[in-house]
Write a protein that binds this ligand. Structure first.
Ligand SMILES: C[S@@+](CC[C@H](N)C(=O)[O-])C[C@H]1O[C@@H](n2cnc3c(N)ncnc32)[C@H](O)[C@@H]1O
Length: 204
């Protein structure tokens, strides 16, 4: 919940919306393709139910540990410091660039050798130069994702000249990273002001 108007639906409407957009992605996705869905404890249940109903195979639920998570203002629950990225595929022929992912894994073996990447990613919330900000210094998008997260996803599950679709493009992180690594991309975003941020980040 980020309290934007696109993030306020009844539970029933949210489940229906989730079903509809994931079904559209299922239609658009190649048999060998992958879908990655970023979610939080608010909606991971609905997303998992829909993926299973559509016969997707769940490969991983990646935990994003936000190393600089905000403190909890209510003081009545544990501080939320995690989000999730569900990786699902249609069948057995998915792409996983194992060697590349080992190479870019910042975690190393004790002797400095490359190590398999785990499904637990420690990444700070986007800040500093990477964060898109207005003249007043305020963040322009409430949920801008770390480029490092998209780098891992895109390098793991696609190859150069493949097409990456993000139906909720926001500030454009997926397209920025896809472009950087020679992938084609398609972005869909309903808020004009966010499209403008994405265009600026993409230099278009
Ligand atoms: C969680 S944000 C995506 C953030 C993005 N990953 C980034 O790094 O900036 C979700 C985005 O989806 C957009 N959105 C919500 N409902 C939508 C819809 N039905 N069609 C297109 N975009 C939508 C919102 O405006 C918002 O920018």
């Amino acid at each position: 919940m980020v309290n934007e108007h696109w993030d306020k639906m009844t539970a029933a409407d949210y489940l229906q919306f989730t079903r509809e957009w994931i079904a559209e992605c299922h239609k658009a996705l190649k048999e060998t393709g992958s879908i990655y869905i970023a979610c939080s404890y608010h909606n991971i249940g609905e997303v998992m139910i829909v993926l299973k109903q559509l016969d997707f195979k769940i490969n991983n639920i990646i935990t994003w540990y936000k190393t600089n998570a905000m403190p909890n203002m209510t003081r009545r629950v544990f501080t939320h410091a995690t989000e999730f990225v569900i990786w699902a595929v249609k069948g057995a022929g998915w792409t996983f660039n194992y060697e590349k992912i080992k190479e870019i894994n910042p975690e190393k073996q004790k002797d400095g050798a490359e190590k398999q990447m785990r499904d637990f990613w420690e990444l700070p919330l986007v800040q500093g130069k990477e964060r898109a900000r207005g003249q007043d210094g305020k963040a322009l998008h409430p949920t801008q994702k770390p480029e490092e997260m998209l780098k891992r996803i895109i390098l793991a599950s696609s190859n150069e000249n493949d097409t990456v679709l993000d139906p909720f493009l926001g500030s454009g992180t997926t397209a920025v990273v896809a472009q950087r690594y020679g992938r084609k991309w398609i972005g869909i975003e309903k808020e004009k002001q966010y499209i403008e941020i994405a265009k600026k980040r993409l230099g278009i």
